[in-house]
Design a protein around this ligand. Sequence first.
Ligand code: IYR
Length: 229
Amino acid sequence: MSLKEKMINGYRHVAYTSKSPDADEMIQKSADFYKQLDSRRSVRHFSDREVPEEVIRNIIKTAGTAPSGAHKQPWKFCAVSNIELKQKIREAAEKEEEENYNSRMSERWLRDLAPLGTDTNKDFLEIAPWLIVVFKQAYEVDAEGTKNNNYYVNESVGIACGMLISAIHNAGLVTLTHTPSPMNFLAKLLDRPENERAFLLLPVGYAAKEAYVPDIHRKELNEICDFYK
Ligand code: IYR
């Protein structure tokens, strides 16, 4: 089978093929997908039950399908299951959080977090079988050693993280977006190159047998969307 192709700006392009579902099928599929993602919750109570590496590989491959500025794919995902490393990450994260909760965060911030039940204890960093540490690549270094900035790095890596979170949920696992600020200890502990900055830390695993989530609700469509028809 020969693929249809065409040169654009001197670069080879290949025909994009997609199924065109009819309206009813699209309505059903979009509603089902919404329902599936609406059942996702940020979970802080993890089981230590093992998760196969194959699952982690698949969800990271899914995140890697995200669009990115000039297709630079400015991300790196570190998948950590090593017990000593997880211990070290927990220890360093809790140290930062002690500072955050006890002095860096404002009264208003602490009040806003109170309904979520967060605190300085980050036991999930040790209990969850996997930690995925997402790094953004601020720049690339070319063959001559020149640093070239990537484009729309935060947007690109943010989108990839959204897809990662969706993939984790789709696999039947849970996560939460953990941002122990400042996060530079992660680059040190994982011995990352100079162009990488920690972006997000996601523990991944099964929810604990007894796991609780805050009784909070999402905004309605009319609160998050204005139509211009
Ligand atoms: N990084 C802290 C505090 C925290 C901040 C926000 I904004 C949250 O939505 C949740 C937590 C922590 O992880 O506890």
